[in-house]
Design a protein around this ligand. Sequence first.
Ligand code: G6P
Length: 579
Amino acid sequence: MCGIVGYIGKRKAAPILIQGLKKLEYRGYDSFGIATLGNPIEIYKHEGKISEHAGSASTLNGTTGIGHTRWATHGVPNDTNAHPHTDCSGRLAVVHNGIIENYAELKRQLMSRGHKFRSETDTEVIVHLLEEKYQGDLLAAMHATLPQLQGSYAILALAAGENRIIAARQASPLVIGRGDGEFFAASDMTPVLEHTERALFLEDGDVADLSLQNVTIYHGGQPVERKTELIDWSFEDTKKGGFPHYMLKEIYEQPQAFYNTVKACPPEILASMIKKPSQVTLVACGSSYHAGMIFRYLLEETCKVPARLEFASEFKYFPPPVNGLVIGITQSGETADTLSALKQAKSHNCWTLAITNVLGSTVSRVADDTVYMRAGPEIGVAATKSFTSQLAILMQMVTCLSDRKVCDLLLHGHRAIEEVLLKDLAPAVDLCRKASSIFFVGRGPFYPVSLEGALKMKEISYIHAEGYAAGEIKHGPFALLSPETPVIAICMPDETYGVMLSNIKEMKARGAPVIALGLEGDSELTDIVDMFIPLPKTHKFLQILTSLVVLQLLAYHTAVTLGRDVDKPRNLAKSVTVE
Ligand code: G6P
C-alpha cells in the first residue's frame, strides 16, 4: 500500500509534500517521511501520523522533493523503516509503493558487496542498486536498476546535484500532474487536484523524468507519449467541508453520488457492455465483495441469470471453471487480488469488465472494459459512498438484463437514502457501544447487507461483529448469545418475513437484545424487538440502500462514541495493493 508524492517547481517543496501526503494517508498512516533536494539531500521521517509532526517536516529547504506515507509490510512502523531511504553515501533518496519480491536475495548480494543497510524494508535495496549504477545521471541509473527488480513498484528518486525526479511504475499506481512551471507525481490525483486538473497516468514499465521544464516518459528505454487528461474531481471534494470526519461527509454525499452514478451509467450504455451473458462471475474483496453478493441475489431473482461470486484472493490460485462475463468490482481500481483475478479470467478467454471509482486506475488497463462510478473521491478508509455507487451500477445492470422492470426506480433512489440520513440512532448506539460482540442478520440480499453492516462496525469501532444469514445463526453462534451480544436484524416484509420473526424470537429467548430494521408501521415486528428502526416503505432495491445507510451511521456513531479514529482505523488502508 503506501502513498507517494513528488514535487518539482519554484515553490518550497516541503509544505506541498506534507499537504499531499495528508491526502494520501488513507493508503497508509503508520509513519511518513519526505526528502528535499538540497546539497546534500535533506530528510525528515517519523513514526506516526503526519498531522502530529507536520510542523518540523515543513521546515526542510528545497523546491524539489519526494514524500511517502507508509502501511508497513517489511519491518515494523518506526522512524528507521519510514521512507525515504538513502544509499550509503546519502546522495540518493527513494520512496516506493509496492513490494520488491526478490529483495532478500538482492539485499544479500548488496551486503556482500559492502552496502550498509539501515532498515528492514524491501525498498532499501532499490536505492543501493541505484547507487551502484549511478554515474551522475539518475535516469540512466534507474534504467539500469529496474531490470533487477521483481514485484510491484511506484518509485520516486532524487539525486543530490540533479534537479529532477525520476519516477518508475510497475503494477503500482503513479500519476503525473502538469502544473504551470511545476510538476507533481503521486499515487493518485487527490494530492494533485489542489494544484492542477491536468494529469497523465503512467503505464506499467514507464519511467518518467520530471524536470523544471518538462516531463519525458520512456518505455523500454525509448521516449513515448502519454495522453494528458482532464480530471473531473474537484479539490473541494477532497476537503471535509465542515464535517467532523470524511466518513460522515461521505455518508451524507450518498444521495448525490448515487444519483450521479445512475445518471452516468444508463441501462443502454451498460447493456452494450455486458450484452446478454449466459453466466456472470464476480470477483472482488471487502465491501466490493458484499456489493457483488447483493448483485448476485438481485440478478438471479430478477433476471434468472446464474451468477457466481468469488473472493478475488482465492480466484487467482483456485480458479473455478469460468466462461462468459467476469466482473471485477474495486472502488480503488488497485486491489492486487482483484487485478490478479481479472488477469486470470482473461487468460481463460473471459470477457472482463471493471467497476471502479478511480479514473486511470490500474484495473482500467487490465479489464477489457471499464464502468466508472463517478462517486467522487472517497477519503475515509471505510467504503461508504463508493459502496452505494457500486450498487447503483450493479442495480442498473439488473435493470437492463430484466428488460428495464426497475428502471425509473433507481432515479429516485437518492430520495430514499436522504430520508434515512437524519435517523436518531442514539439508543441503538448506546446498546452497541457496550457490546462485546454484535451479530448482524438478514436473509436474501439482506444477508450481504448484514455482512457489510458487521464489516463497517468492526473496522471502525473495533467491536467484534459478524454478519450471518439469519437461518444459519442457530448453527453455532447461538452459543455466544447473551445480553452483551446485541443482534441487529434486518427484517423486511418479503417471503422470509415469517421465518425472520421466528429467528428473532429464538435469539431473544437466548437473552440477546434485538434491534430490528424494518418498514415503518410494522407493529408486529416492533412488538417483539427491543428497538425498532423504521425505514421508508419502498421497493426492495431501495430497502437495501436505506438499510445499508442506517448500518453505516450506526457503525459511525458507535465508533465516534468510543473515541475511535474513524477515518483512519488501526492497521487498515483503503487501497490494498499487496496480496
Ligand atoms: C480495503 C478497504 C475496503 C475495501 C477493500 C476492497 O480493505 O479498506 O474498504 O472494500 O479494500 O477494495 P476495493 O478498492 O477493491 O474495492
